[in-house]
Write a protein that binds this ligand. Structure first.
Ligand code: S3P
Length: 686
């Protein structure tokens, strides 16, 4: 039997559609947008800049009324790009031409990625930048304004850089002439032409010359259908080639822009059996079609520098295919992979080698010797969605036993990836646990009924690190992590977005709170907080939520609201929860209870470090410690979910323990209380 499937919308096109719709004059219509965490970050930043962007909902048409090319408003908060390099770099270009100041930041991975390649040429155009931590890295402040024309040779073939500069040309209303040493994806050029910009692209031997000659004062609104993301389709495609999907797979509605499909000719050389059926391309739009993929006997190949831009995001999946191909595959000219969401060359080499694959890491690539032997071991995905998915595919093949440590990372670009993998790799006729028969592969499923398994609770004061510790303990045990703080934060988001003034919140009843569509859905080893159909990600940590969450935690109606949700999570079993009263009130019958404490000065240091501030500044530590003491007093005496140590809880003092030692200490208590039978170590990806 052949499996048919669709994959979520193209990530690159989704970002660009959001940005250009925001800058256009009039109402744009976007169908098929990716609802993953990366475009969510772009949408949330546009909201902060004064654009009314409705929630991103899979399969629904999104309508955005633009504010005009220079109509963005100064944001009242720091703009958090989360894990998304495309958000950060394209947004810098968009902001360069606006008369406003803004601060951009991102998660730990994004804060390590180079931004100078964008800020250097944008500075030449007249924008000003101030790095707030390390030079050339986020967080950084940008002051936009009137810009000059730019004539520039890009140091790397990069669509993010090229797009940032073209977008600055649009918001600055100035010409931009670029020479790119290679051919990176051209979605921005296509979409800019569709909204009325005068643009030319001409190949010159190995370089690409792009000119934005004129940008109109008002951009036409967009009407786009976002095709399935080829980079996401590459994972089920690889599964099918490696014989992991029965007789094969048909992938429908996949974007086939030639600047994105550089993997296909490489696979052809490797002997892959893939049929490509290109549909009729819509006017000014992106080509799309179907891929029919059959199990194939792959052979090794060489992939060189000029091929890399066309398959830049596919190197992880290619490496996994190479590990199963006959002979040697050599990939060179790919040093750009070291500055992606992780150092992908390093991550691939280390993980392949741990699993028993012969691999050599080059400064700019990999040499992989394929083999058919069973592969076993634990993969460290370094929080990188594509590393997690590539090894997910390898792990789904018969005979391999591979666990992936960061399953939730896939939410950045491929919500529903693990469900797709399970479904596509399931032999015909074998029903899956919790299979609803529903065909929407993109939507996150509600928590499955898995029966009651052990519940482990970790209570403790603010700043004791209980949430990160609980997440790691859950990961090692293969249990799911319940983060009670995130529930309070999700409710805070809902209340803020409802527009009710905070002064009126204390009068809300439990049924008022229940009227807000806050839900938790299982996402790998965590619960994702949802508001309606929208996954809450960066919003949970916004300064507005920071400012209101403790007031929400004190609302009289919150107790019952929270308790219902926490207990519901407990019913799914195999849970590690963290909170303040989980052991005393929520799960009095928990199998193991831990009370995590630490000296207040140490907790203050950890908090500063989490916020990216100097943990060695005595003044900052003292001020943070004073705040924590005040917070401890409130937490211990409040009527709702007061901080309490359960009589039978095991106290772990983390003051002088490293994170690893703290996790080990807790695992020791769990093993003693629950036994090794139920507390498997290490984890599986469930
Ligand atoms: C992207 C461009 C690529 C790619 C990234 C998305 C884009 O980066 O790796 O996932 O949407 O422009 P570079 O072209 O900057 O290498």
């Amino acid at each position: 039997m052949t499996t048919e499937l669709r994959v979520p919308g193209d990530k690159s096109i989704s970002h660009r559609a959001l940005l250009l719709a925001a800058l256009a004059a009039g109402e744009s219509r976007i169908r098929g947008i990716l609802t993953g965490e990366d475009p969510q970050a772009t949408a949330s930043i546009l909201r902060a800049l004064g654009v009314r962007v409705p929630p991103l909902v899979a399969d629904a048409e999104l309508r955005i009324t633009g504010v005009g090319v220079r109509g963005l408003r100064a944001p009242g908060r720091i703009l958090d790009c989360a894990n998304s390099g495309t958000t950060a770099r394209l947004m810098l270009g968009v902001l360069a031409g606006q008369e406003l100041e803004a601060t951009l930041t991102g998660d730990e991975s994004l804060r390590r990625r180079p931004m100078r390649r964008v800020t250097d040429p944008l500075s030449r155009m007249g924008a000003r930048f101030e790095p707030l931590a390390a030079p050339g890295r986020l967080p950084l402040r940008i002051a936009g304004g009137p810009l000059h024309a730019l004539d520039y040779r890009l140091p790397v073939a990069s669509a993010q850089l090229k797009s940032a500069l073209l977008l600055a040309g649009v918001t600055g209303g100035v010409p931009v002439r670029l020479l790119e040493p290679g051919f990176s994806r051209d979605h921005t050029e296509r979409m800019l032409a569709a909204v009325g910009c005068a643009l030319t692209s001409s190949p010159e031997r190995d370089a690409n010359r792009v000119r934005l000659t004129a940008a109109p004062a008002a951009l036409d609104p967009l009407d786009v259908v976002v095709p399935g993301d080829f980079s996401s389709a590459a994972f089920p495609l690889a599964l099918a080639l490696l014989g992991g999907a029965g007789e094969g797979i048909v992938l429908r509605g996949i974007g086939l822009n030639p600047t994105r499909t550089g993997l296909l000719p490489v696979l052809q050389r490797m002997n892959a059996r893939i049929e490509v059926e290109i549909g009729s391309a819509p006017e000014g739009g992106e080509p799309a079609g179907d891929l029919i993929v059959h199990a194939s006997d792959l052979t090794g190949t060489h992939v060189e520098r000029q091929e890399i831009p066309g398959l830049i995001d596919e190197v992880p999946v290619l490496a996994v295919l190479a590990a199963r191909a006959r002979g040697v595959t050599r990939i060179t000219g790919a040093e750009e992979l070291r500055v992606k969401e992780s150092d992908r060359l390093g991550a691939l080499a280390a993980n392949l080698s741990n699993l028993g694959v012969e691999v050599e890491e080059l400064p700019d690539g990999l040499v992989i010797e394929g083999a058919g032997r069973p592969l076993t071991g634990a993969v460290e995905a370094r929080g990188d969605h594509r590393i997690a998915m590539a090894f997910g595919v390898l792990g789904a093949l018969a005979g391999n036993a591979i666990t992936v440590d960061a399953p939730a990372a896939v939410g950045v670009s491929y919500p529903g990836f693990w469900e797709m993998l399970e479904r596509a790799s399931r032999p015909a006729g074998r029903p899956s646990v919790g299979d609803s028969g529903e065909d929407d592969l993109e939507s996150a499923r509600p928590v499955r009924e898995r029966g009651r398994g052990p519940v482990i609770v970790i209570d403790g004061p603010a700043g004791s690190g209980k949430s990160t510790t609980a997440r790691e303990v859950a990961r090692r045990l293969g249990f799911r992590h319940l983060d009670s703080g995130a529930l309070y934060r999700a409710l805070t988001c809902a209340l803020l977005e409802s527009g009710r003034p905070p002064e009126s919140w204390p009068a809300l009843t439990e049924s008022d709170l229940n009227a807000h569509p806050v839900r938790m859905v299982a996402a790998g080893s965590a619960f994702r907080m949802m508001l309606g159909a929208r996954a809450l990600t960066t919003e949970l940590r916004s300064p507005e939520v920071d400012a209101h969450v403790s007031a929400v935690a004190r609302l009289p109606a919150v107790r019952g609201w929270l308790l219902d949700r926490q207990r519901q999570a407990g019913k799914e079993g195999s849970l590690v929860g963290d909170g303040r009263d989980l052991g005393t009130v929520v799960f009095p019958d928990a199998e193991a209870k831990i009370f995590l404490v630490a000296d207040v000065t140490e907790r203050a240091r950890r908090r500063l470090r989490d916020k990216g501030r100097d943990p060695d500044s005595d003044g900052a530590v003292a001020a943070e410690a004073a705040r924590l003491r005040a917070r401890d007093r409130i937490d211990a005496t409040r009527g709702i979910a007061p901080l309490k140590k359960a009589a039978e809880a095991f106290e772990v003092d983390g003051t002088r323990l490293s994170f690893e030692e703290q996790v080990e200490a807790i695992l020791g208590v769990v093993r003693a209380r629950v036994g090794d039978r139920d507390a498997r170590v290490p984890t599986s990806r469930e």
